[in-house]
Write a protein that binds this ligand. Structure first.
Ligand code: PGA
Length: 229
């Protein structure tokens, strides 16, 4: 099984980092996807990796000052686009219905949306995380072909916090998602993935890869994560 290793630079990085990443080495067992801020997309020359975006607008074009359309991303060589990241949901008020439109547009333009879902700390503590995740998936993936997207399971409490669920906890969620969407649905994990915990995470046999935030901003650390598979 080929695993996905996705770098989400968020609103970080620089032209210098872009240049450094041109020496990233491929691991034949993985597909590496770099998602820089969209202004850097034309500067990153995909070689050992593929290009992805961190977000897209739900319309193909129009009077939406400041937005980037899926058609633009496709033209710049993006093959993937992250939609519904929890930062988009909480800081930019994106809901599942909007995320569903974005994912549909990405597919329409020949890209693979990486659709993020994840529970809050409270939902996990109170044992409501399964319902919360299923509800997000049912709305955000409505009417989409499960062969045409990747799901990123990103517990909100683990993003940028250093807290990572146990492999057993992740396996439980994978099991639930597969039961809902079918065995062939691709699911990756994100939230505080580092060069220190990647060997543990890579033991999860039916995990299709990882989404890496902070640890993807350093080429050495990120290379270690790629090489762990
Ligand atoms: P993190 O971010 O690896 O820094 O926790 C992951 C993400 O937000 O996608």
């Amino acid at each position: 099984m080929e695993r996905l290793v996705v770098a989400n630079w968020k609103m970080n990085g620089s032209i210098k980092l872009v240049q450094e990443f041109h020496s990233l080495q491929n691991n034949p067992k993985t597909t590496t996807i770099i998602c820089p801020p969209s202004c850097y997309l034309p500067l990153l020359k995909p070689s050992s990796f593929k290009l992805g975006a961190q977000n897209c607008h739900q319309a193909e074009k129009g009077a939406f000052t400041g937005e980037v359309s899926p058609a633009h991303l496709k033209e710049l060589g993006c093959q993937y686009v992250i939609v519904g990241h929890s930062e988009r949901r909480t800081l930019f008020q994106e809901n599942d219905s909007l995320i569903n439109q974005k994912a549909a547009q990405a597919i329409e333009h020949g890209m693979i949306p990486i659709v993020c879902v994840g529970e809050t700390y409270l939902e996990r503590q109170e044992g409501r995380f399964k319902q919360a995740l299923l509800a997000q998936m049912d709305r955000a993936l409505h009417n989409l072909d499960s062969q045409k997207y990747v799901i990123a399971y990103e517990p909100i409490w683990s993003i940028g916090t250093g807290l990572v669920p146990t492999n057993k906890d992740i396996e439980e969620v994978l099991e639930m998602i597969h039961a809902r969407l079918g065995r062939s649905a691709k699911i990756i994990y994100g939230g505080s993935v580092t060069d220190k915990n990647i060997l543990t995470l890579s033991q999860i046999s039916n995990l299709d890869g990882v989404l890496v935030g902070g640890a993807s901003l350093n080429i050495k650390t990120f290379q270690t994560i790629i090489d762990a598979f």
